[in-house]
Design a protein around this ligand. Structure first.
Ligand code: HAH
Length: 353
């Protein structure tokens, strides 16, 4: 389509001379479901239309995280997650749940008693069990896959466990416990360990060891989620293929769970905006983004049968979490649909192969 100026392409498509590109979910129907992370506000108006047209799976971006869904010990906030699951059912879409146990966006009350003192291992395990049982149980049969534990492995150092409150209070077995509780609550759900930066060789090996241990202990873990918060500069095709093959060698399914391709170089820690932080969409950056997306989807297709799902983290460049992370207020353009919800110029290359 890029051979024509945009207005001409639009005329050719609307008059039927030129075919509209296929929708993502149709192009990949023999490969994997294509999903998108949403908030309830995305489920009306033009964004909802785009979602229904392009995707066949949906994930709540925030609504099922520990803090948002379980703000107080005896109160769950079901409204937002219920609305998302209902939308999916109405439109015949799958739902991926995110996430049951994560050191971030966990409410403070989880780790402290009424006097403000840190709780014991027994109390924290009991709370984790209650939380997972209630959340997974409520959506039993309606959520086909869950991110059970998110980001338990640190980026640096040699230890394989992140020093989180769950790890400090319970010990390393909090991970297997979380999987066991989830499996008991919905034995049919596919259970995933999910993490980012999975193509860095050091972190890949640490995650591999963690998963290997879980498999050896017969913990009900069925897959690994590569978040896929990538950029126009990384990962390389070889590094991505290595991650997919390495994790698959444990007999695990692999899903890309939070895909976006930042136009900025990847950083993993929050920092302030500086004068150097301009967002310039040069032709070079745009060409890199097109090439990166083409490489990613070619690699996903090559791994048919192993890669069982691909989920984008947000709908369009209109708003994405990367507008505020890692640099608050720095715009990013990481998705396949632009700020006007239109497919980007290279989109046909992703769906025609
Ligand atoms: C993800 N962390 C989380 O899994 C997701 O729940 C959240 O909405 C957005 C991103 C990614 C991440 C990162 O890329 C770098 C450092 C910490 C976390």
């Amino acid at each position: 389509m890029q051979k024509f100026p945009l207005f001409l392409a639009a005329v050719l498509v609307s008059t039927g001379v030129m075919a509209q590109p296929k929708a993502l979910k149709d192009a990949y129907k023999d490969f994997f479901p294509v999903g998108v992370a949403v908030a309830p506000r995305n489920l009306t108006g033009p964004e909802a239309e785009l979602i229904v047209k392009q995707f066949n799976s949906i994930t709540p971006e925030n609504a099922m995280k520990m803090g948002p869904i379980h703000p107080e010990p005896d109160r769950y906030a079901w409204e937002a997650p219920d609305a998302i699951v209902a939308f999916a059912q109405q439109h015949g879409m799958k739902v991926r749940g995110h996430t049951l146990c994560w050191h971030n966006q966990t409410p403070k009350w989880f780790f402290t008693d009424e006097a403000g003192k840190q709780v014991s291992r027994e109390v924290l395990l009991e709370r984790l069990k209650q939380h997972i049982t209630d959340v997974v149980g409520r959506y039993k049969g309606r959520i086909y896959a869950w991110d059970v534990v998110n980001e338990a492995v640190p980026d640096t150092g040699t230890g394989i466990y992140r020093q989180s409150k769950f790890y400090e209070i319970i010990g390393e077995d909090y991970i297997e416990k979380a999987f066991e509780y989830a499996h008991a609550a919905d034995p049919a759900a596919k259970l995933f360990y999910n993490d980012y930066n999975t193509e860095s060789s050091g972190k890949r090996e640490k995650i591999f060891k963690l998963l290997q241990k879980l498999k050896e202990k017969n913990v009900p873990v069925h897959g690994v989620g590569l978040q896929g918060h990538w950029s126009v500069y990384e990962p390389s095709e070889a590094a991505l293929q290595e991650s997919v093959s390495r994790f698959a060698s444990l007999g695990l399914a692999v899903q890309i769970t939070e895909l976006d391709v930042s136009v900025h170089a990847k950083e993993h820690g929050r920092r302030e905006k500086t004068a150097a932080d301009k967002t310039e969409l040069t032709p070079e950056i745009l060409a890199r983004q097109a090439a990166q997306y083409e490489m990613l989807f070619r690699t996903f297709r090559k791994n048919r049968g192993v890669i069982t799902g691909v989920t984008f983290w947000n709908v369009s460049d209109k708003t994405t979490w990367l507008d505020n992370f890692p640099v608050r207020g720095r715009k990013d353009y990481p998705l396949l649909f632009d700020e006007k919800l239109q497919p980007k110029e290279f989109f046909p290359k992703i769906v025609d192969f």
